[in-house]
Ligand binder design. Structure first.
Ligand code: ZN
Length: 372
């Protein structure tokens, strides 16, 4: 992987090995019962009361263990796409310390996605990988502009990210213009326009900035192709704009049809951006569900939302496996029975058209019988 330095990468990896060696040494010098319940006990060590009393280096020990936890604990995202400003927070109920996974380095374009079920973490390839290719995951929310990602990484992990996406974005996009558009979007969230036109102008302004940036860099072929990876990666800087405007536009009991049309288009743009940055992710699954939900609100008929439903089904399958059955489990309280039945039909049509290279079983812990 190019460009990720510091933190867990350069000094971090070495330091991590040293930290593990320290823990192994302590393991030998402490009563076996202390370790018998496994690595989950390590988290208890962050609590000073859980440490053995006495010893001159107790404070140092606490500090060291605190650092180990801080740099190596892993938390999944808690996604709430039903509110304005789709919220993506760390989920304290799904966090912990996994030794092997803590060695995975950071990139703002991760090539794996992780799912935590009970006390297990499953790390899956999120895209095709070359043999020997390094697995990279993200330590911070990557659906934000480069200056916010770097600031968070420097503050929390003490390194400056220079992954390909960070370099592309910092060299081509004017951070102040990005920030200005994000602030305008935030200002509009609480009072959506009647027809959504003002909001769509903001989306167009973001796309114009990106096209101009690519064009100015001589990347005219990229700029002309609105599905190019560079285009989507740069548009990901504006993720907070999409995730603010889309739910706001469909809020209220009487969102006009015009406004829902715009909401649907904003969700589509957001979906494309998330698919480029976080393929195979739970976030993509949540955004795809919102896309389908908006299409359903607009057209009132699942049969008329086939395209959006297919997108949602594939996104769920890539994140969790298990095909339509798992999608139905996740969404049975969100969508009406007609939509759940339509999903069955669409999924079988999709499988006939695009059979997956291999059957992806559901992740362990997902109970397929819960539908029965
Ligand atoms: Zn980066």
């Amino acid at each position: 992987m190019s460009g990720v330095q510091g933190g867990k990468q350069a000094s971090g990896r070495e330091s991590l090995v040293q930290q593990h060696a320290v823990l192994q040494k302590r393991k030998r010098t402490r009563p076996a019962a202390f370790w018998n319940s496994g690595w989950s006990k390590v988290s208890a060590l962050a609590n000073p009361d859980a440490l053995p009393s006495g010893g001159q280096d107790k404070e140092e020990e606490i500090q060291e263990l605190d650092e180990i936890l801080k740099f190596n604990q892993i938390a999944l995202s808690d996604i709430d796409s039903s509110e304005a400003q789709v919220r993506v927070n760390s989920d304290s109920q799904r966090s912990g310390l996994w030794l092997l996974a803590s060695f995975i380095n950071h990139s703002c374009c991760p090539n794996v996605q992780r799912v935590i079920l009970h006390d297990r973490m499953v790390v899956r390839a999120a895209q095709d990988l070359q043999a020997g290719e390094e697995l990279v995951d993200s330590y911070v929310q990557v659906l934000q502009p480069v200056h916010r990602r770097r600031s968070e990484l420097e503050r929390s992990y003490r390194f400056r990210c220079n992954c390909d996406r960070c370099v592309l974005e910092s060299e081509l996009l004017d951070g102040q213009k990005v920030q200005a558009l994000l602030e305008r979007a935030a200002g509009m969230a609480g009072r959506p326009s009647a027809d959504g036109v003002a909001e769509w102008h903001l989306v167009e302004a973001a796309e114009t900035l990106v096209a101009a940036a690519l064009s100015g860099a001589g990347a005219t072929a990229w700029a002309a192709d609105d599905k190019s990876p560079a285009q989507e990666l740069l548009l990901a800087s504006f993720s907070p704009l999409f995730r603010t405007l889309a739910p706001a536009l469909q809020s209220g009991f009487a969102a006009s049809s015009a406004r829902l049309h715009v909401a649907l288009r904003v969700w589509q743009r957001f979906h494309d951006v998330v698919a480029a940055v976080l393929p195979g992710s739970e976030v993509l699954c949540a955004v795809s569900s919102s896309l389908f939900c908006t299409a359903l609100l607009l057209r009132q008929n699942p049969g008329a939302c086939r395209q959006e439903l297919a997108i949602a089904l594939w996104a769920c399958h890539q994140a969790y496996g298990g095909g339509v059955k798992v999608w139905q489990i996740w969404h049975r309280k969100l969508f009406p029975p007609a939509a759940l039945r339509a999903a069955e039909v669409v999924w079988h049509e999709e499988l006939a058209r695009h059979p997956p290279a291999s059957a992806t079983p559901p992740l362990p812990g997902i109970d397929l019988h819960a539908m029965d």
